[in-house]
Design a protein around this ligand. Structure first.
Ligand SMILES: [Zn+2]
Ligand SMILES: [Zn+2]
Length: 510
């Protein structure tokens, strides 16, 4: 890696710029130093980096597409909805740079693309989440539009970093795992790349293996700043909000530092099916219930409530269990493919299945308990759309925070109540009477349907061979057909019931 040597204009310590970098942060005095053609300039001290669970470090080297690179710097941004994310700078041979963003367990490696004068990038204000944008021959869908603040930095970066500067950005999802970002500065910069796993980068360097083994952060026991009672933060480096079990305060959690926000009303008649702190094993992975949301949607003046349990796994991060009308489903983040759809169509092709629109509405948070990885508020509203392909569901949620908007897409699968009881060691969970939107139909032995024509043929043969009364044949046929016909009728009514609460039922009559 070629470097240019100079001295820090603030403290005089030796300073080296990676070829192609524009700003470098002095290791000794944390001054950001900008380099122009002839001179270096002190552009101010950077804030201290916030501890994140990132496995990356400056100095690591790795390989991407058979080209080697070194991780030389990073900038930490404040997300508009709270929390920080890291953007790492990978120096490739020939002054080429990779931009690697890590947020919410996803890693995207992008490269800057020169936009030809023919490409018209839409204005920041004209883009809407869910809208489509054409870049060359490919079509992208807007997944997020926001304003982030550059907070802290270390090492070298290929752009004119300024402490505290606001960045307007738009995230776009292309086909499969292709991803793009527009940065709206003095001019518009475009970055295109894809979602990758860190393991695919063949990273090596001092401490890489050690870091790998110690990535798990321990739970922290803290005192409520309002009442002094103790509370546990299970995921201190990711949680942004936590409620106090003693005084019911909603607290802001900034890397384990708690501050009081407000006192939440004591919910009446609230029964948690899975108490906070419950541990269990579902689909082979260990989880702990760390958060609880009671939400509702209004429909024709009637409130339809449901519950959501936030699960945390050291291996996988966050997942959800949704409890709605006594039916359970398990939700995980959907793959990028889902974001290509704007959520406006009535049918979505996703992961090999066709998902049909089931419901559109607005979900409101009524009660909050436990800890959360975003700045949750009671009263928080999101627009929603649910698509079903039993036993799976694809759910879109559109949220707005000030000038920022974002779509979150999750994929869920139906879970039998028995499985929930077995997984979390709880008993006597309520059983549902109705049919859930993604409840799989009961299965019947297929032999029932295969043997029917055989039985009918035998009856016909007997009739022809012995010349029996024709009515006996009819009675016989009716007898052997009764069961299959009942089952088909039952399955049909099961599907009708599934769609009973939907405005989009294929069985609806005008
Ligand atoms: Zn210095
Ligand atoms: Zn308290």
């Amino acid at each position: 890696m070629k470097r240019r040597k100079t001295a820090c204009p603030s403290c005089g310590a030796p300073l080296e710029f990676t070829v192609g970098s524009v700003v470098s942060v002095c290791d000794f005095c944390q001054s950001a130093v900008a380099r122009t053609d002839r001179k270096v300039e002190d552009i101010g001290k950077v804030a201290e980096l916030v501890e994140t669970s990132s496995r990356l470090r400056c100095g690591l080297s790795g390989t991407f597409n058979r080209k080697s690179f070194t991780v030389v710097g990073r900038v930490q941004y404040q997300h508009p909805a709270g929390g920080v994310w890291d953007e790492w700078y990978l120096a490739f041979p020939g002054g080429r740079w990779g931009w690697l963003a890590e947020a919410q367990g996803k890693t995207q490696l992008m490269f800057q693309r020169k936009l030809s004068s023919k490409v018209k990038v839409p204005d920041f204000d004209s883009l809407e989440v869910g809208g489509a944008v054409k870049l060359g021959a490919s079509e992208f869908s807007v997944t997020e539009r926001g304003v982030a603040t550059a907070l802290a930095a270390e090492g070298d970066m290929p752009w004119a970093f300024r402490v505290g500067a606001e960045h307007r950005f738009v995230d776009l999802q292309g086909d499969k795992d292709v991803f793009a970002t527009f940065e709206y500065g003095k001019s518009i910069s475009a970055y295109v790349g894809k979602e990758i796993s860190l393991d695919s980068l063949a990273l090596e360097g001092d401490g890489w293996d050690v870091i790998d083994a110690t990535v798990v952060t321990a739970a922290a026991s803290l005192n409520c700043p309002q009442c002094g009672g103790t509370l546990t933060l299970h995921v201190p480096d990711a949680s942004l909000r936590v409620t106090c079990p003693s005084c019911n305060s909603l607290l802001d959690a900034d890397n384990g530092k708690l501050s009081y926000l407000k006192t939440l009303g004591k919910p009446k008649k609230l029964k948690l099916q899975l108490p906070l702190g419950t541990e269990g094993k579902l689909f082979g992975d260990d989880y702990m219930v760390i958060g609880f949301l009671a939400r509702f949607a209004m429909y024709a003046g009637v409130s339809y409530p449901w519950q959501e349990y936030l699960l945390y796994s050291e291996k996988l991060g966050f997942r959800w269990l949704v409890y709605n009308d006594r039916h359970w489903s398990f939700a995980s983040p959907a793959s990028g493919e889902a974001a290509k759809n704007t959520g406006a169509a009535n049918e979505i092709a996703y992961d090999g299945s066709s998902f049909q629109i089931y419901d559109r509405g607005v979900a409101t948070v009524k009660h909050v308990l436990g800890e959360f990885y975003w700045k949750v508020e009671a009263g928080e509203k999101v627009k929603t759309a649910d698509y079903i392909a039993p036993p799976r569901m694809l759910s879109y949620e559109w949220s707005e925070t000030g000038k920022s908007s974002e779509v979150t897409i999750s994929e869920s699968v139906y879970v039998q109540t028995d499985e929930i009881e077995a997984a979390f060691g709880v008993e006597n969970l309520p059983r549902s009477f109705g049919v859930g939107p993604i409840q799989p139909p009961p299965s019947f032995d297929k032999r029932l349907f295969i043997t029917w024509p055989a039985l009918a043929a035998v009856l016909l043969l007997i009739y022809l061979a012995f010349g029996a009364d024709r009515w006996l044949l009819y009675y016989g046929l009716a007898a052997v057909s009764a069961l299959p016909v009942c089952i088909l009728g039952y399955l049909h009514s099961f599907e009708r019931k599934r769609w009973e609460d939907s405005d989009y039922s294929p069985y609806a009559t005008e």
